[in-house]
Design a protein around this ligand. Structure first.
Ligand code: FES
Length: 567
């Protein structure tokens, strides 16, 4: 009776009678109605993540059917299993806190359950990085299926997409140019279909990165969630998973240093989300690789922005898909990519792109190399005495007039302090000042929320101020824009120099020199270092304790120390 442990026989317990273990498992599997023939087949696990708290995944039941159809057609047995699901706007204090939990859940369920390969179904912001992190650590053949972006809504003849337009309308509402009635109407038109946010926010960026890493089928990152192409992609992903199981191609052969560099190139060329730097560092860390911010600057300075989508440009993900999607973009920057990087199909990236030929591209959304939207990449890393471990700024979404600027610091010591005082009519602040938010990094109680996009104080917004330099150790939504310095490392709650800034200090930002500096002499800083600093009560139990004990800085992707692979 002893069989080679594949399919349903993977990972059997063996307490001295191996055949008994197979017999027992098969009898329980048969209780679910599986035939003898079905149980002989390779098993494709499907990490399935619908949730009543995740609007972005509300089409997953239909997508799951399509994946299963593909798996069955290719001769294997599909078995879906749940992991936690992270619906961005429903999680408190922030979804980032739970990304590592989802990654652990995914990793352990792939490893613990009998499957020859796994399809990872994700879409909303943190789900795709969490699934790839888990899959890289589990290192069983894995393929990512992206849920796809939303279609746009309409308001008075204007297209709307979550969530760049959410912010634009809200800023106008704060400035008094949009009424209560209109903002209520807009609220119902921002997110009108299933799928992830419609712009090049974090979810879309991570979808593109997953494809650039070689973890998805070609051309599938940008397909809208409700498009028939998305269902066909799901079916094809099921078929591909069966091939992947047969080939035994594991994530460690795909997520290599070259693939990570390809992903950075793509991140720059799409004008992607700052959050992706954190997620990519975490994914790379699972493979024993690092994402050096110095190298990120080198790649950024030699990669043009070619994709014209909000928040950097004009279009939406549905436009990117119909314009040619990731194939069109990667063919345009082919000479900058490592073409020998392996992908889940068993083809190298170069073979994939060569096989696509010269198809039609809508130049409104994917620019030709010779006419880029920006000559250099969307993100830039900054260093200086304020950020010895680095910081990130999305220069493609920032106001160039503020690229070289020195200003007076207006300090908010916590999120609570910010919300109490930012709209105070007596707040002493001008548009030339630099807003500083402390204690919003990974070691703060809110676990690095997307709070870095500090609201322009109401009195300045009403006076027409649209952008100011804002600095913090927090993150920013990928759908946001502005001259916003993020991820200052080390963060203030762990004793970083950001915590030493005081109201009225001078801060200098220079994009040209890649610097962010606090213009205060060392003796004063030493004195401030000796003063007692704000401390926070540490959680004493559960996942919150694990997070507080093990979280790394933004430079290491905010992964847990013990989950990173030693290089
Ligand atoms: Fe899910 Fe924006 S809320 S991607």
């Amino acid at each position: 009776m002893t069989k080679k442990p594949t399919g349903i026989s993977h990972g059997l317990t063996n307490y001295g009678d191996f055949d008994f273990s197979i017999y027992l498992r098969r009898s329980f599997a048969k209780s679910m109605g599986y035939s003898e023939e079905a149980l002989e087949k390779p098993v494709i696990g499907i990490a399935y993540t619908p949730s009543g708290f995740n609007n972005c995944h509300r089409h997953f039941p239909e997508l799951l059917d399509a994946v299963k159809r593909g798996v069955l057609a290719a001769g294997a047995l599909p078995i879906d299993f749940p992991t936690i699901s992270l619906g961005e706007v429903f999680l408190s204090p922030t979804s980032l806190k739970f990304r590592n939990l989802m990654a652990m859940d995914t990793e352990e369920m792939i490893r613990a359950q009998p499957m020859d390969a796994v399809v990872l179904m994700g879409g909303c912001d943190k789900t795709v990085p969490a699934q790839i992190m888990g899959a890289v650590s589990a290192n069983r053949p894995a393929i990512q299926l992206i849920g796809g972006p939303m279609m746009t809504g309409r308001h008075r003849g204007e297209r709307l997409g979550a969530c760049t337009d959410c912010r634009r309308f809200w800023a106008s509402y704060r400035a008094g140019s949009v009424s209560d009635e209109e903002i209520n109407i807009v609220e119902g038109q921002l997110a009108v279909t299933a799928g992830s946010c419609a712009v090049m926010g974090t979810a879309s960026t991570m979808a593109c990165i997953a494809e650039a890493l070689g973890m998805t089928l070609p051309g599938t990152a940008a397909i809208p969630a409700v498009h028939a192409d998305r269902l066909r992609a799901a079916e094809a992903t099921g078929v591909a998973a069966v091939r992947l199981a047969a080939s035994g191609l594991t994530p460690d052969k795909i997520v290599t240093r070259e693939a990570v560099e390809n992903a950075i190139r793509v991140l720059m060329a799409i004008g992607g989300s700052t959050n992706a730097v954190i997620h990519l560092a975490a994914i790379a860390g699972r493979a024993g690789l690092d994402v050096s911010l110095k190298r990120l600057n080198e790649l950024s300075d030699t990669t043009p922005v070619l994709v014209n989508l909000k928040p950097v440009g004009n279009g939406y993900m549905e436009d990117f898909h119909s314009a040619g999607g990731m194939g069109a973009l990667m063919r345009e920057i082919k000479d900058l990519l490592h073409l020998d990087a392996m992908t889940v199909t068993g083809e190298t990236l170069g073979e994939r792109l060569a096989g696509e030929g010269a198809t039609w591209v809508d130049r409104n959304y994917v620019s030709a190399r010779g006419t880029p939207l920006e000559p250099v990449g969307g993100l830039v890393a900054l260093y200086g005495n304020l950020a010895p471990g680095g910081a990130i700024l999305k220069r493609s979404a920032a106001d160039q007039r503020l690229f070289e600027h020195e200003g007076r610091a207006i300090v908010f010591t916590s999120l609570e302090d910010l919300s109490k005082r930012v709209d105070d009519p007596d707040l002493d602040i001008t548009a030339d000042d630099i807003m500083v938010l402390q204690n919003a990094g990974p070691n703060a109680p809110e676990c690095m929320p997307e709070a870095g996009f500090l609201p322009i104080p109401k009195k300045l917004a009403k006076a027409g101020v649209k952008d100011m330099i804002r600095i913090s150790d927090a993150r920013m939504s990928g759908t946001a824009y502005g001259t916003v310095v993020l991820h200052i490392t080390p963060d203030s709650a762990s004793g970083g120099p950001l915590g030493l800034v005081r109201n009225g200090d001078r801060i200098r930002l220079s994009i040209k020199n890649r610097t962010i500096d606090l213009m205060v002499d060392e003796a004063t800083l030493a004195k401030r270092r000796a003063e007692p600093r704000q401390t926070f009560e540490k959680p004493t139990r559960g996942y919150a304790k694990l997070f507080a004990d093990e979280i790394t800085g933004a430079d290491l992707g905010c992964d847990f120390r013990f989950l990173r692979k030693e290089p």
